[in-house]
Every structure is written in structure tokens, then in C-alpha cells.
Design a binder for this molecule. Structure first.
Ligand code: ATP
Length: 438
């Protein structure tokens, strides 16, 4: 499919079908923030649930955490964010537009001029004040990453969960960055959600764990349906690495606007725990329960964005197919991610007996699958609507259903239709979901 206007098609479908709306649209919109609508919130929740299930519940060496967005201001001194979390900003002297220096060469992408101001550092942390008085002492920040909430709770987790190395802590939550040039829909925004893991390991095992996490995180995207040819690994060059990092690899996705970062996996060495120990005065070393030896573990950090992953899943699922003379738009989400699993569609909304049967079926299926009921258009239109949002199965109840107690199950991808006894439809759908690998 042509990539030319793919992004426009996705943005338009997201708005039209209730996935993603522009923030505060009635006031002219806020370009750097997006709101997830009724279907978007289901999709995003499925992305987070799939991550949590695979990364926390599916492993013996992981636990979860949910730290506050606001943290003690000293956290950001220790982490280096107060000093270094900056992008270099330049202004085009001709059109006055502002850019991140590393995003432009020597030519203004807006007007083509080659006359920029000197670069100056711009801290991306969002300031806020805690309490009634706005002064130096009440200055705080909205976290620019969730990771620090894990580092400062390292000793709490070790003490309460009796975890032995290697183990990891996972967290999903909002982060905020005052990005200079937000854009590309939900790819770069000022308020976004992250899914981060801090994996603590013996220093001598860190290189091996780093490789294992790269493979594990790469596989996660493929397991949820991303096509192999649209996903790649990009190891950072030595001069791209933070001074404390031993290695970093990005997982990149081929977005309509080009290859871009979905997630980064870094070997952060023992930098973070040492910094927090130094600034807090607390002993954050790990004590080996067998040898009694105390040391700072190394940390492997797989850090991904919920919104970027959601955009990648939406993009990868988008399909246009020619069916007879019409174009069928289908979001071919994997079974785990589809916001709606089943739609129950009564063929005659004026037939009370048929409506009762369809409503009862909907209620019954809802106990297991995310199910909707829709009778607001003709069946052709209803199918098209469900295809467009990626609904896995449509179940139609028609007049014959009243006598033969059977319903029609339509498969999203093949459009194949099966006539199934109404008592067995739940079991049938369950089987279809368990045998479908996508
Ligand atoms: P970039 O180079 O694109 O600014 P980054 O390398 O600064 O990203 P990290 O600090 O490694 O990003 O953050 C980890 C993850 O959080 C990213 O891989 C991305 O998925 C997500 N993320 C970071 N900044 C944003 C943002 N402004 N909007 C949406 N997601 C973001």
C-alpha cells in the first residue's frame, strides 16, 4: 500500500471511529496532547495488558510498581535530569520557527533558509509548584520518565519481596516532556505513557542479560502481530551513548514517516543506584544472602512508549482490500489487541422476539469477550463498520434463528460465514480464539 497518505488515513480513521481525538478540540485543539476515545482506550489498555501479562505475570523474576508522577526534587538532581535533560534549540532567523538542532541540518525545513540562531540548551522537564507558595522551595517537576520511581524504591522491593538477583521491576505510567517540536500524531507528544523495566543483575551477567532483553522485547512486538519487515534493531554508535551507558539498542518501526524509535534497551551499568545512594546518603547496595557480599547491581532498561506502540499496532493493522467494486478497510489487529472481539448484530430491530434473543446472546458473550450490540444500520454497513475497527467476529441473528436456533458467525479476515447453533456459539468463538495464533 502507498505510504503517501497512510498517516492521513490513520489519523482520519482514528478520529472518525473514536480511537483518538485531538485534545481540547472545541477550543481549537492542543497540538501536543491527544485524547483516547471509546475504542482507543480499549486498544491502549490491551497493549498495556499484553505487556504486563508477558513481562510481569509471565515471568518468575519480575514484579510491578506504580510510583507517583511527582517525586522529591532531589531525585532529578541525582538522576542528572536537572542539569542534562535538555535538547539544543535553534531558531530560524527568517521564518522564526524553532527546531531541535539534531532534527535539522543547516537548512530550515520550513522555509529553506540557512540562517539559524546559536544553539541553546532547553530543559524538557515540566515545572510545577507543590503547595500554596510558588517559590524555589516548592518547585517540583512532572516526571519525564517512570524509571526513577523504580530506582528510588529498589531497597523497598528487595526488603519486602525477598527478591534475589537477577530480578526486574516493571512500571507503566504517564510521563511529561516539554518537547520543542511535538508531532507525527501520538508519536511525539508532551504528555505520554511509558512501559519501563529496570532489570537488576550481577555486573558480570549484564552483557548477557542485555542481549536477552533485546531479543525478548523484539519478539513481543512480533507476537502481537507486527510484521517482521517493519521492525528492526538499531544498536547505538559509541558517540550516541550516555556517558554511563555500556550499550543501547533501539527497536525501530517503519512508520509512514520513516524508521523511528519504538523502544530503547540500555545497559545502564551501576550508575543509577550509585547516584541515588550518593544523593540520599542511603546504602542502596545489594547484599548477597549466601556470600554476604555487598555490591551495586547493573541495570538493563527496556523502555518503551505505550502511545508509540499503539500507533505502530494501528499502522501495521491497517489494510485496504478490493471486494467486488468496493474498498474494504480492515484493521487486522491480533486477537489480543482488537478493541472489540465480537459484535452481535440483529437483522431485524423491529422483531421483539429476535431482539430479545440477540440481547440475551450479547449479555452472555460479554461475560467472556468484549462484545458490542449494534442495530443502527443495514447489515452491509454494520459489517463494514466492524471491519474498520478490527472486530474479530460478527454474529448475526436473523428470522431463521428463531426457529432453527442458529446464528451466523462471520470471520473478519476471511469474511467466511459459519452457521452455528446458538447454544454452542460461545464455545465456538472460544475455540476460534485459542487456535488463532495472530
Ligand atoms: P526520542 O529520541 O524520540 O526523543 P528518547 O530516546 O528520548 O526518544 P527515551 O528517553 O528512551 O526516548 O524514552 C523511552 C521511550 O518513551 C521511547 O522509546 C518512546 O517510546 C517513549 N517516548 C519518549 N518521549 C516521548 C514523547 N515525547 N512522546 C511519546 N513517546 C515518547
Amino acid at each position: 500500500m502507498s505510504q503517501d497518505n497512510l498517516m492521513e488515513k490513520i489519523v482520519s480513521l482514528c478520529k472518525r471511529r473514536g480511537f483518538i481525538f485531538q485534545s481540547s478540540e472545541i477550543y481549537g485543539g492542543l497540538g501536543s496532547v491527544w485524547d483516547y476515545g471509546p475504542l482507543g482506550v480499549e486498544l491502549k489498555r490491551n497493549v498495556k495488558d499484553a505487556w504486563w501479562k508477558a513481562m510481569v505475570h509471565g515471568r518468575d523474576d519480575m514484579v510491578g510498581l506504580d510510583a507517583g508522577i511527582l517525586m522529591h526534587p532531589k531525585t532529578w538532581k541525582a538522576s542528572g535530569h536537572t542539569e542534562n535533560f535538555s535538547d539544543i534549540l535553534v531558531d530560524c532567523k527568517t521564518c522564526k520557527k524553532r527546531f531541535r538542532k539534531d532534527h535539522v541540518g543547516d537548512t530550515c525545513p520550513e522555509c529553506g533558509a540557512k540562517d539559524f540562531t546559536e544553539g541553546r540548551a532547553f530543559n524538557l522537564m515540566m515545572k510545577t509548584y507543590l503547595g500554596a507558595v510558588e517559590d524555589e522551595n516548592s518547585l517540583s517537576y512532572l516526571r519525564p520518565e517512570t524509571a526513577q520511581g523504580i530506582f528510588v524504591n529498589f531497597a523497598n522491593v528487595v526488603d519486602t519481596m525477598h527478591k534475589r538477583l537477577p530480578f526486574g521491576v516493571a512500571q507503566i505510567g504517564k510521563s511529561f516532556r516539554n518537547e520543542i517540536t511535538p508531532g507525527n500524531f501520538v508519536f511525539r507528544t508532551r504528555e505520554f505513557e511509558q512501559m519501563e523495566i529496570e532489570y537488576f543483575t550481577q555486573p558480570e551477567d549484564a552483557d548477557k542479560m542485555y542481549e536477552e532483553w533485546i531479543a525478548e522485547r523484539y519478539r513481543w512486538y512480533l507476537d502481537l502481530g507486527i510484521k517482521k519487515e517493519t521492525l528492526r534493531l538499531r544498536p547505538h554508535a559509541q558517540d550516541e551513548l550516555a556517558h554511563y551507558a555500556k550499550g543501547c539498542t533501539d527497536i525501530e518501526y517503519l512508520f509512514p514517516f520513516g524508521w523511528s524509535e519504538l523502544e530503547g534497551i540500555a545497559n545502564r551499568t551501576d550508575y543509577d543506584l550509585k547516584q541515588h545512594a550518593k544523593h540520599s546518603g542511603k546504602n542502596l547496595q545489594y547484599k548477597d544472602p549466601v556470600s554476604g557480599q555487598e555490591f551495586y547491581p547493573f541495570i538493563i532498561e527496556p523502555s518503551g512508549g505505550v502511545d508509540r506502540a499503539t500507533l505502530a499496532f494501528l499502522t501495521d493493522a491497517y489494510c485496504e482490500e478490493q471486494v467486488n467494486d468496493a474498498t474494504r478497510v480492515v484493521l487486522k489487529f491480533s486477537k489480543h489487541l482488537a478493541p472489540i472481539k465480537v459484535a452481535v448484530l440483529p437483522l431485524l430491530k423491529k422483531n421483539a422476539e429476535l431482539v430479545t434473543m440477540a440481547r440475551r446472546l450479547k449479555g452472555d458473550l460479554s461475560k467472556i469477550f468484549t462484545t458490542v450490540y449494534d442495530d443502527t444500520a443495514s447489515i452491509g454497513k454494520l459489517y463494514r463498520r466492524q471491519d474498520e475497527v478490527g472486530t474479530f467476529f460478527c454474529v448475526t441473528v436473523d428470522v431463521d434463528s428463531l426457529t432453527d436456533h442458529q446464528v451466523t458467525v462471520r470471520h473478519r479476515d476471511t469474511m467466511k460465514q459459519d452457521r452455528i447453533s446458538i447454544e454452542h456459539v460461545k464455545e465456538y468463538l472460544g475455540q476460534q480464539f485459542s487456535t488463532n495464533n495472530s
